[in-house]
Structure formats: structure tokens, C-alpha cells
Design a protein around this ligand. Structure first.
Ligand code: ZN
Length: 482
């Protein structure tokens, strides 16, 4: 199952980072003092959050993760997860301690560079104090052993995320912060990393995660171990684990992207007719947005009612029941370019995910017998959103680039007014320049992170146009555009 060469994640994830935090003055002074007194102490504590405008405690300062190795054993009978996380990271400052995000579960032991480390926990922060301070630039390995019944979290908007147990299985979805319920890590999209995830489950169950299935091994004690590999960087909210008595279908797209789809019992064969078009959609996306960014594709179909939404987990979106329409399948696929390969720098940039994937649906529709994007745009402005069920009447209630609060980052304006921002650019620039912009954006930020300001600057450079009127009215304007 080896595929094309992919760029090394460590190099890629270095390139575009959120600006790090100012050093707390006291810690800086302390470090200075110890340096002057010639003490061997060189580190100071890493920050406990990255000050994301909506989720300030998400992620941690002072290091960047290159790779996670997660060895997980889960038994749906008792609902207990046993985990070992091996995290390879690079210190970006001298560190006397650093934090990982972890919610719930019992930590049994932590080592750093093979030596026992002290740790303590407050809220969702696991603070690790290595036996020896870490030097700036040092690549270090942290191992965390943990276990327990993982939590399900309620989002600020009331949706459920994290670890979702179901009858005879479980599903993990992590947007925006749910991944901290099942593994310790730097849980902010600005720190993407490669992953190797092994899921060990009782015989008869399948364990499904992101990327390529490297091996499937009978352990000899009545269990099966599934080893999954993601070489390209993954934002931790897009990491998934699914355990169930799935029907698995494998294959490849016409151009040879390997497919792996797992369908929960009771759901239609292959996940139904909408999902059956996935191989064709992957090719369509590649033709519109540039090469498919990952080494595999597919889907995970959970029992219906598992969640109130679908999530674009990398390479393998999770659907709550067989997806009812093509648009939903296309939407989660489009995220592989917009959101997963080009990831937001902060949760304020959510429209770069949702506006783009919604517009991708509109493009698919206009090429497959549906209304044109222009007709949709006009209908929305005239107050008729009936073509897009989810849009409702308040699709322009707030500017997509500035949701009023964290409970609003997945609301209509981020999706629909976000899509209309793209349509406004298309109106100004014309099809040729517009499609070159979409492809260029995906290519130039492939496997990286980008902000709204990065996009507006890029769009003006790429089209050679002053688009400030579009940004002012549609992207940032407080007033409804109608
Ligand atoms: Zn979406």
C-alpha cells in the first residue's frame, strides 16, 4: 500500500506557525537571573495555552510536535481505553516544564527522554516537569501511559465531541477540542504532526483511523491490532479512532488513490448511494482544486444519531448514518483540501474551512444538473435559502471572519456568507482567475496553516485586483449584506 512520496511533515509543519506568546515577565526575569548566576538551569515553563481568540487554553507553548505514536486498546464491553502516547517534539525555548492538553482519564506515568518525569493536572492541562531541562531546539520524546473511560464533551454550541461510545463500539471526533479526551497532545490546529496509531480491539471488531492501514495483526490473546499511518501532517482535531463491527470496503479511485470505508452494522451497504460517488468526487476535486493532498481516502459511517453532524476527519470523514445526499459527501471531501491540508491558524479562521467547502458543494451542483452558484447567490440575497436546508434566515447575521463567540464558529454565516465571499471574488475576477486562485491557495499552503489575512493578501496578489470592497462588506462587515 505504499504510495507517492510525500514531503516530510517536520519540515512542512515548521513553515507557517501562529505567533508564539510573549514570555511572562516573571519567568523571563527568573531565567535571566539563573543564567547570570551560572546555574545549569536554563528552562522556564512553556505556556499553558496558545491564546486562540476562541479557545485560549487549547494547545501549549514552548514546543512543536513532529510525531505522535498512539498505542490504544479499547474494549466496547467495559468502555475502558488503555493508551500509551509517544510524542516526539522540538523545544522552541528552554523548558523547565511544558503542558499537554488532556481531559479526564488517569495518567499512570510520564517519561521524558526515557527518564521518569513529574507531572500534575489542573483542568485540561497536564503539566510535565522533565528530570532535566530541555534546551532550545532539542528534539525530545515524551511517553504518557494512561487509561480510563474517555469523556464526551459538549461544545460551546451544544454539540457533542470527543469520545462517543455507542452500542457495541465508539467513535472519536475532535472539532474543535475533543481530541484531548482520548490522547494527550498539543491540541490546537496550528501544530500539525504525523501520526502512527495502533488500535487493539477484541476479535470481531474493526479498529479504524486516519491514513493507510499498515498492518492487521492477531495478537494471540483474542484481540486484533490495526496499525494506521499518516505521513502527511494532521491537525489533532482531525484525528479519529472508530471501533465497531464494521463492514469494510477497500478499493481505489480511478487515478489510484487507495480507499478504505467502514460502515456500521445496520447502515446501507457501502454507506449508500451518495457515498458511492466518493471515488468520482475525489477525481473531480483534484481537477478543480489540485492534486488530492493525502495518501488515502474513504469514510467511516457511524450508526445514525451518533452525532448531529459529519466531521471531515483526515482522509476518512465520519458520517452519522449513511450520508443522505451527495452535497454532504462532497463537503467533507472538499475539507481535505480546505481545512485539512490548508488548516486554519486559529479557530477564528473557520470560514476558510466551511465557506470553501460550502462553495465546493455549489460548484459540484452547478456542474451536476443543480442550480448555478450565481442562481443560489441571487436566491439567498432575495431571502430564499430553500436550496440549502441548513442556511435558514440568519445566514448573514454576522461577518464570517469574526464570529461573535466560540458557540458561533459552526453557524450559518461561517458556511453560507463565507461561500458568498468566494462567489463575490468570482464575480469580480471572472472564472479563469477565480479557479486559478482556488488552486493556487491549495497548492501554496499545502500541508500548512493560513489565516484570513493570509487569504485576503493572497487573493489580491493572485488576481492583481483590489478586493477591499468585498472584504469590507462581506467578510468583515458587521452589517447584514442584504
Ligand atoms: Zn464543513
Amino acid at each position: 500500500m505504499e504510495t507517492r512520496a510525500v514531503p516530510r511533515p517536520a519540515e512542512l509543519s515548521r513553515s507557517s506557525r501562529v505567533t508564539r506568546l510573549a514570555v511572562p515577565a516573571v519567568a523571563a526575569l527568573l531565567a535571566l537571573t539563573t543564567a547570570c548566576t551560572g546555574s545549569t538551569v536554563q528552562g522556564r515553563p512553556g505556556a499553558s495555552g496558545l491564546r486562540d481568540p476562541y479557545f485560549p487554553k487549547a494547545g501549549n507553548g514552548g514546543y512543536q510536535v513532529d510525531h505522535y505514536r498512539l498505542d490504544l486498546a479499547y474494549d466496547p464491553e467495559d468502555g475502558v481505553l488503555h493508551g500509551k502516547a509517544v510524542i516526539t517534539a522540538r523545544a522552541e525555548q528552554g523548558l523547565s516544564s511544558f503542558n499537554l492538553d488532556l481531559s479526564g482519564l488517569k495518567v499512570e506515568g510520564v517519561t521524558v527522554q526515557g527518564a521518569g518525569a513529574r507531572f500534575n493536572r489542573t483542568g485540561n492541562e497536564l503539566t510535565v516537569r522533565p528530570a532535566e531541562d530541555l534546551r532550545t531546539g532539542e528534539v525530545f520524546r515524551t511517553e504518557v501511559e494512561y487509561s480510563g473511560e474517555p469523556r464526551t464533551l459538549s461544545d460551546p454550541d451544544g454539540s457533542e465531541e470527543g469520545w462517543i461510545p455507542v452500542e457495541d463500539g465508539a467513535f472519536a471526533v475532535g472539532e474543535p477540542v475533543g481530541s484531548m479526551t482520548w490522547f494527550p497532545g498539543n491540541h490546537h490546529p496550528s501544530d500539525k504532526a504525523a501520526y502512527d496509531i495502533t488500535l487493539t480491539v477484541p476479535k470481531g471488531y474493526e479498529g479504524v483511523s486516519n491514513g493507510l492501514l499498515r498492518s492487521r495483526t492477531e495478537t494471540g490473546d483474542g484481540r486484533t491490532a490495526f496499525a494506521w499511518h499518516s505521513a502527511e501532517p494532521v491537525a489533532s482535531y482531525l484525528v479519529t479512532a472508530a471501533v465497531g463491527k464494521f463492514k469494510v470496503a477497500t478499493g481505489q479511485t480511478p487515478s489510484g488513490v487507495p480507499l478504505y470505508t467502514a460502515v456500521a452494522p445496520g447502515e446501507p451497504e457501502g454507506g449508500g448511494p451518495a457515498l458511492a460517488r466518493l471515488p468520482e468526487m475525489v477525481e473531480w476535486g483534484a481537477a478543480r482544486f489540485g492534486p488530492y493532498p493525502f495518501a488515502s481516502a474513504g469514510a467511516i459511517v457511524a450508526p445514525s444519531e451518533t452525532l448531529g453532524y459529519a466531521l471531515e476527519t483526515q482522509t476518512r470523514p465520519v458520517f452519522s448514518g449513511a450520508p443522505a445526499d451527495e452535497q454532504l459527501v462532497l463537503h467533507e471531501l472538499a475539507h481535505q483540501w480546505f481545512g485539512n491540508s490548508v488548516s486554519p491558524k486559529s479557530w477564528k479562521d473557520m470560514w476558510l474551512n466551511e465557506g470553501f467547502s460550502t462553495y465546493a458543494e455549489w460548484l459540484w451542483d452547478e456542474e451536476h444538473g443543480g442550480p448555478s452558484a450565481q442562481r443560489r447567490f441571487d436566491a439567498f440575497l432575495a431571502g430564499d435559502t430553500s436550496v440549502d436546508e441548513g442556511a435558514g434566515t440568519d445566514w448573514d447575521a454576522f461577518p464570517p471572519a469574526a464570529p461573535p463567540g466560540p458557540e458561533e464558529i459552526s453557524e450559518g454565516p461561517v458556511y453560507y456568507r463565507g461561500a458568498m465571499v468566494l462567489h463575490r471574488i468570482r464575480q469580480e475576477a471572472g472564472d479563469e482567475r477565480f479557479f486559478a486562485l482556488l488552486r493556487g491557495w491549495a497548492a501554496d499552503h499545502r500541508h500548512g496553516n493560513a489565516s484570513t489575512a493570509d487569504f485576503t493578501a493572497y487573493a489580491e496578489r493572485k488576481t492583481g485586483m483590489d478586493l477591499s470592497k468585498v472584504w469590507d462588506a462581506w467578510l468583515y462587515g458587521r452589517k447584514p449584506v442584504r
